[in-house]
Design a protein around this ligand. Sequence first.
Ligand code: KIV
Length: 261
Amino acid sequence: MNGVKITPEIIREMKANRQGVPALTVYDYPMARLLDEAGVPILLVGDSVGMVVLGYPDTTHVTLAEMEHHTRAAARAKPKALLAADLPFGTYSTVADAVANAKRLQAAGAEAVKAEGGRDILPQVRAIIAAGIPYLGHLGMLPQHVLEEGKYRIKGKKDEEHAALLADAKALDEAGAFAIVLELVTPPVAAEISRAISIPTIGIGSGPDCDGQILVTHDLVGAFPWFTPRFIKPRLETAAQSREAVRQWADEVGRHPTSKP
Ligand code: KIV
């Protein structure tokens, strides 16, 4: 992107110009700086921070204070990329909460916010956008609903799910979202949604025919080896190589005690 500051408008234009939109998660300053140097146009302070950094079993435990803390750290990298942040579980149940909490993330350095849902949270989405905060949608498998649903399940196989996803995506587009994450949506439905709306779809586990792709960075670089989603092929073995480097170093130190009797 040649050092240009990325705006929501540029992300929309990428679809019009048939340019794929890569996006990755970031949780701190060095990650944001590195990924920005690599030219990734959207960096998301995802609530996946709860699992891959904070050790929670799912995203429902992540607090707004934690999201603000990680957003501030990522924002200190002053990325050219558009820096978005997740509104965590329970922070956008009402219109007033959604706007107040989106403003807190914005004050922490987020240039856009994301929340999970479609027509069910449309008043909140409209109010966030009316408050001047760019909005990134999230449809399909919604991790913040995992406790209700009992597991992470692919969406769009049933006719009613297919129709609901399409209607939700159109509603978010009309409300003024600048892009929509489609998580674990069946690839034909993700492709259909991508053709049906004007803004980019950014897929995760939703097949190759979305307008862009997003991954949890730890999955891409093999930094969280205890769980890897089925659709990911890590491109590095960060965890295994780090463990080995540390083991070698610790062995060397162990063979050379500093004080001898
Ligand atoms: O929290 C997150 O990392 C996300 C991505 C999986 C899209 O929402």
